[in-house]
Design a protein around this ligand. Structure first.
Ligand SMILES: [Zn+2]
Ligand SMILES: [Zn+2]
Length: 103
């Protein structure tokens, strides 16, 4: 693989946070501070969606295999996607935002 576009940092379009790429081997696809995401993937990490809508965190669920996942709803096309909560990395997800989603 010569391209390294799959796991890169970005600037959050919701809160402006400077988000760095994950260091735990997974793909960063949401902001660790406000948990917003951007609709850029069809499958995680492929960056092949042309929607580019802002994805709002609407809930959280537990998957026996994958652990805690944030449910995102695209504000532009209504697509619903789940993203794993980022742990064991630099800039782990904001735990208070996560627990707000649980309640
Ligand atoms: Zn943010
Ligand atoms: Zn979308």
């Amino acid at each position: 693989m010569s391209r390294k576009t799959e796991n890169t940092g970005f600037v959050c379009i919701n809160c402006g946070a400077d988000v760095q790429a994950l260091t735990n081997g997974s793909y960063r696809n949401h902001c660790p501070k406000c948990l917003y995401s951007l609709h850029v993937d069809n499958t995680p990490g492929d960056r092949s969606s042309h929607c580019r809508g802002m994805m709002r965190p609407v809930g959280i669920r537990y998957n026996g295999k994958k652990g805690w996942q944030i449910i995102h709803l695209c504000q532009k096309c209504d697509a619903e996607k789940v993203n794993r909560v980022a742990v064991d990395t630099i800039q782990p997800d904001n735990q208070r935002m996560i627990s707000d989603l649980v309640n």
